[in-house]
Design a protein around this ligand. Structure first.
Ligand code: UDP
Length: 327
């Protein structure tokens, strides 16, 4: 058996990863989550499986258990969620990775860190390549997450250099798909839920900022390839994302067209430090992992629209933003 710990296991990425890992009966999967943004519903199909265990736990506290692999996915990832408790976000990033690195060191496990394209901040290099060192505002409202994740990368590499701990780091670009929380505030979930409910789609700023959206199944595939990449000397960081780049306004129009909604587009204030453009350069992932995403935005959006339609209207989507002009 391979004992695999997934922190943030009830979250969007963590729960999709757990669902993938339990398919192999040789894997014993343990999911940790403090349920700050993670949702236990995301694990309902796994809880009765003999090779799956859920433990409610906050990784800022040390936990000891024998493990072979650790996927460290725990951290609120949507800007409104990680800004709700910014000091809590930094603690989750920094104390969380310290606790997980200690565990990896003790049991000679491999730790894969879920890092982020946010380490590039407001990028001055486009598309973003792993060698680019980024342009992060260290005191802005996004810095709890950006600097927390940068510090976590730094700790991974220092544990490797100082103690020989086995680490791998992936930088995850915008990802979407089933198990997203309809209320988490990210652009894909907001737009789809708004369109399905016939509400206005809230475009922040003029909508000309770009993002590159990766479907979750593609991303999980890349993450598993990275963990199981046999060369210990390949630690990353490696970008994982879909290089298809869209403006936020294009995304809004696409969602309206695909849902057949009568919703309108309205403009809201652009949050501080919102990156102007983002697109992953994925040559390294292609060369080292043989990985590239295969699911086009339209196909992935269809799956995600189905997911949110089936969730129904039981959860309200109350997106607070300062309304500017109609569009
Ligand atoms: N955004 C938007 N409307 C929303 C939510 C987000 O226009 O209802 C914009 C946001 O300003 C950003 C982009 O969509 O430019 C992606 O935002 P998200 O929160 O999904 O992720 P980010 O990449 O900023 O972390």
């Amino acid at each position: 058996m391979t004992r695999i710990l997934v922190t943030g296991g009830a979250g969007f990425l963590g729960s999709n990863l757990c669902a993938r890992l339990v398919r192999n009966p040789e894997n014993q999967v343990i999911a940790l989550d403090n349920l700050f943004t993670g949702r236990i519903e995301n694990l309902q199909e796994l809880t009765n499986l003999p090779n799956f265990t859920f433990i409610e736990h906050d990784i800022t506290q040390y936990i000891d258990m024998p493990v072979d692999q650790i996927y460290n996915a725990a951290c609120p990832a949507s800007p409104p969620a990680y800004q709700k408790s910014p000091t809590g976000t930094t603690k989750t990033c920094v104390l969380g990775i310290l606790n997980m690195l200690e565990l990896a060191k003790k049991y000679n496990a491999t730790l894969l860190q879920f890092s982020t394209s946010e380490v590039y901040g407001e990028p001055q290099v486009h598309p973003q390549v792993e060698t680019y060192r980024g342009n992060v505002n260290p005191i802005g409202i996004r810095s709890c997450y950006d600097e927390g994740k940068r510090c976590a990368e730094s700790l991974c590499f220092d544990y490797h250099r100082e103690f020989g701990t086995k680490i791998k780091v992936v930088r995850i670009f915008n990802t979407y798909g089933p198990q997203m929380d309809p209320d988490d505030g990210r652009v894909v979930s907001n737009f789809i839920v708004q369109a399905l409910q016939g509400k206005d789609l809230t475009v922040y700023g003029d909508g000309s900022q770009t993002r590159s959206f990766c479907y979750v199944d593609d991303l999980i595939d890349g993450i598993c390839r990275m963990m199981n990449e046999s060369r210990d000397d390949f630690m990353g960081p490696v970008n994982l994302g879909n290089p298809g780049e869209f403006t936020v306004l294009e995304l809004a129009e696409k969602v309206i067209a695909m849902t057949g909604s009568n919703s309108r587009i309205v403009r809201c204030a652009l949050p501080a430090d919102d990156p102007t453009q983002r697109r992953p350069e994925i040559s390294l992932a292609k060369e080292t992992l043989g990985w590239a995403p295969s699911i086009l935005l339209d196909e992935g959006l269809n799956q995600t629209i189905n997911y949110f339609s089936n969730l129904g209207n039981e959860r309200s989507n109350t997106i607070k933003c300062k309304r500017e002009t109609g569009h």
